[in-house]
Write a protein that binds this ligand. Structure first.
Ligand SMILES: Cc1ncc(COP(=O)(O)O)c(C=O)c1O
Length: 322
């Protein structure tokens, strides 16, 4: 990756003159069947730019109550786009189409305007759950029927594709705006991308600059992200296998509780039965293992390309010891 970065030809991306970035944005847009793409520093900026271009102040964005946009983006949608988020109780972070239809607002002067359905694939707080093609088609149908827009937070779309085998271009048919991240399981140092129509991306480009996200010689980052897509994506299947293995072991240990069948990708959520979560995390940290608290009783373990089979065995031993 470093070699690819060192070889990258660069220019000024604020002027759209970085050839490596321009080529990478084109490549991603083609991959996901979208007209245009824009590189951004983070997944949060990507999601927020998409909400900005899809909405007007006072609009409502329908989202699962576990959604990243609702839980972990500092309430940014209310601040940056003056919209209201409408959290619904779905299943493992996925919005059931029936629930969406029930939540739609009538067109009264006093109602917020239902405008965007925001879905996440895979779901972070939902434990890495993946939407099926038919679930996404049903959501698109509802959006078309009621003139709504669909935003897809695909921070981990690479994992979703690895699990389901859905073709990347399918997501271009489902989403009006799509955000993807290169810096999570794929292992690039920095960066996300939003994909949409040429018009939406042009508008997002302006807001990216306004929000301080216009960067100069970004070809270095494009080269790293492109390397990650080309070389690390295929490694995600190994992460998923390891996640499943961990879940199966945890299911056998009386101190933890987990539905091992629920593990679909690289995220494992499990509960502590007889010890406090902070204690467990501290003891794991002493063994060199990092996990995060995900609720009063819940812990999240996430697999990525720096965690190999030996690390997995070490983790299993540490969890048994704890
Ligand atoms: C589903 C999802 N969307 C968006 C983000 C935000 O990405 P970033 O941390 O790059 O802002 C994350 C981060 O974990 C995420 O899990």
């Amino acid at each position: 990756m470093l070699e690819a970065m060192m070889k990258a030809e660069v220019g000024d991306d604020v002027f759209a003159e970085d050839p490596t970035m321009n080529a990478f944005e084109d490549k991603m847009a083609r991959m996901f069947g979208m007209e245009a793409a824009l590189f951004v520093p983070s997944g949060t900026m990507g999601n927020q730019l998409c909400i900005k271009v899809l909405t007007r102040p006072g609009d409502e964005v329908i989202i699962d109550e576990l959604g990243h946009i609702f839980n972990y983006e500092t309430g940014a949608a209310s601040h940056l786009s003056s919209v209201q988020l409408r959290p619904l109780q779905g299943t493992r972070g996925k919005l059931p189409p029936g629930l969406i239809e029930q939540a739609l607002r009538p067109a009264n002067d006093w109602d917020p305007r239902s405008r965007v359905i925001a879905v996440e694939n895979t779901t972070n707080k939902g434990g890495g759950a993946c939407y099926s093609e038919s679930e996404l088609n049903a959501i698109r149908d509802i959006a078309d029927k009621h003139s709504l827009m669909v935003h897809l937070d695909g921070a981990r779309i690479w994992n979703a594709i690895t699990t389901t085998g859905i073709k990347p271009e399918f997501f271009g048919l489902i989403a009006d705006t799509l955000s993807v991240c290169f810096s999570k399981g794929l292992g690039a140092p920095v960066g996300s991308m939003i994909l949409s129509t040429g018009k939406n991306i042009q508008m997002a480009r302006r807001y990216r600059k306004m929000w301080g996200g216009g960067m100069r010689q970004t070809g270095l980052l494009a080269a790293a992200a492109d390397y990650a897509v080309e070389n690390h994506w295929e490694m995600l299947a190994g992460d998923h296998r390891r996640a499943k293995q961990l879940a199966e072991v945890l299911a056998e240990l009386p101190s933890y509780s987990i539905d091992a069948q629920s593990v679909e990708s690289n995220i494992v959520l499990f509960d502590a039965v007889d010890r406090d979560v902070p204690d467990i995390l501290e003891l794991l940290k002493d063994e060199g293992i990092g996990m995060v608290p995900f609720g009063p009783k819940t812990i999240r373990a996430t697999f990525h390309f720096e965690v190999n089979d030996t690390d997995l065995q070490q983790t299993i031993e540490a969890l048994k010891k704890v």
